[in-house]
Design a protein around this ligand. Structure first.
Ligand code: ATP
Ligand code: MG
Length: 423
């Protein structure tokens, strides 16, 4: 019996990987310009890290985490998101004491046991950003603008929309939560069973419920924006002014609460209408209490995460294509094979991509493969080339060929390739 991959897990095969590589390059380039540096954090953490930060009454912690006891008896969890680990690392490495301002980003896999669908997997990848140490609204605007610049660089700014909201500080959130609990209790018959439970534990989550009856019941629910204190109102207003000034288009969505418990003040999402129910491509917000909550010195912070599978779906197949080899080595006979292997190596040392077949097939078959794989040149070594120590260089697209010394052949092909790369 053949072993199959787990449900909700994927293989990224060579035809898809150029898009992943290109995406990581664009991300690093833009984020580096904004002063963000990459961190690489563990995939496994102590389970309590997530239950304490994401929140006990969230879908992730209630039912989606891959948690198990390892052979040492420790309860551990495959990370469902990156912020908790980043904050843990920030505190554990003493950044909160020595250098409380930091701009970090990461790229990597997250694990959530949800129902797999298009754009929803059990192992998925995120690019995440965490910006520590700035309480001021400039940081919010900067991080959101960077996200917008990335989508613009990817050519997607016309296909996503940015929504923002503010949940206020802890006091505002508490006041709002009470207001919403009261509002929900008055409509309890119309809420799904899950939301009935949420009402006692975490009323904000009823706004996030995907059930149509809950959405209808909460259609005119109070907005967190109406419960903001003066300072939070001012903060939110400055974020909007700064975004306007940067020309970043956004809409205020007063219902946006986000699925994780740690957010305060600004929250935001990048949405698309092109992926069905999976409409969020990126999401984030401020989490000013999280560092302290994990035992660090009080340090404000904010961040976002982008779902890369959804982003790659949006970018489509045409966005990045597999590299084709520059040169195909065509040879006949044992001695020609040795020459071909040596020549291939010299070409590769000069940054030329080459390919060769080891099975000593007919020249005709080799030419056919050269055309199918999209090589631009063939280096042909037959009996007469072996005798004279030469090589025939064939431009496959133009069907032109010339026989040259080995050095001249290398020179010709590598300069032509450099020239065509620069075009
Ligand atoms: P959703 O509402 O779609 O479940 P979420 O609010 O749970 O998203 P976050 O925890 O904010 O998502 O994660 C940020 C981004 O990661 C999402 O906007 C989405 O693009 C992506 N993402 C989240 N869960 C998955 C998943 N199971 N498969 C693929 N991408 C995901
Ligand atoms: Mg989710």
């Amino acid at each position: 019996m053949k072993v199959k991959k787990l449900k909700g897990f994927r293989d990224v095969l060579p035809e898809e990987s150029p898009a992943w590589i290109k995406l990581e390059q664009v991300v690093s380039q833009i984020f580096t310009r904004y002063g963000f540096a990459q961190v690489r954090l563990p995939l496994l953490e102590q389970s309590t890290l997530f239950s304490r930060t994401i929140g006990e009454a969230t879908d992730i912690v209630e039912k989606e985490m891959y948690t198990f006891v390892d052979t040492g008896g420790e309860q551990i969890t495959l990370r469902p998101e990156g912020t908790a680990s980043a904050v843990r690392a920030f505190v554990e490495n003493g950044f909160d004491r020595s250098n409380p301002k930091a701009r970090w980003y990461y790229i990597g896999s997250m694990f959530r046991r949800e129902r797999p669908q298009k754009g929803r997997f059990r192992q998925f990848n995120q690019v995440g950003v965490e910006c520590f140490g700035w309480k001021a609204p400039g940081a919010d605007a900067d991080v959101i603008t960077m996200l917008w610049d990335l989508f613009t660089a990817l050519g997607l700014s016309g296909r996503v929309s940015l929504e923002i909201n503010s949940l206020g500080c802890a006091d505002d959130r508490k006041a709002y939560s009470d207001k919403l609990a009261k509002y929900g209790a008055e409509r309890i018959d119309k809420l799904c069973d899950n939301c009935k439970k949420r009402l006692g534990k975490n009323p904000l989550r009823i706004l996030d419920c995907k059930s149509p009856s809950c959405q209808e019941a909460t259609a005119d629910a109070p907005s967190p924006v109406d419960s903001l204190c003066d300072e939070c109102t001012e903060h939110f207003s400055t974020v909007r002014i700064l975004l306007d000034d940067q020309g970043v288009p956004f809409k205020v969505n007063p219902r946006m609460v986000r699925g994780l418990d740690y957010y305060s003040r600004t929250t935001f999402e990048l949405l698309t209408t092109e992926l069905g129910a999976q409409n969020a491509v990126a999401a984030g917000g401020r989490y000013d209490a999280l560092v302290e909550q994990l035992g660090g010195r009080p340090t404000p912070g904010l961040g976002f995460a982008i779902g890369l599978e959804r982003l790659i779906l949006l970018l489509g197949d045409e966005w990045a294509s597999a590299d084709t080899p520059d040169v195909y080595m065509v040879y006949t006979g044992a001695e020609a094979f040795l020459m071909a292997m040596r020549l291939r190596r010299l070409l590769m040392l000069r940054s030329t991509t080459t390919t060769i077949d080891f099975e000593q097939r007919s020249m005709k078959a080799q030419f056919k493969s050269a055309n199918t794989c999209g090589a631009k040149w063939a280096m042909v070594i037959g009996e007469s080339e072996v005798e004279k120590g030469e090589v025939t260089v064939k431009n496959l697209a133009e069907s032109q060929q010339q026989t040259l010394s080995i050095n001249n052949a290398i020179e010709l092909v590598s300069t032509k390739i450099i020239a065509s790369d620069e075009e």
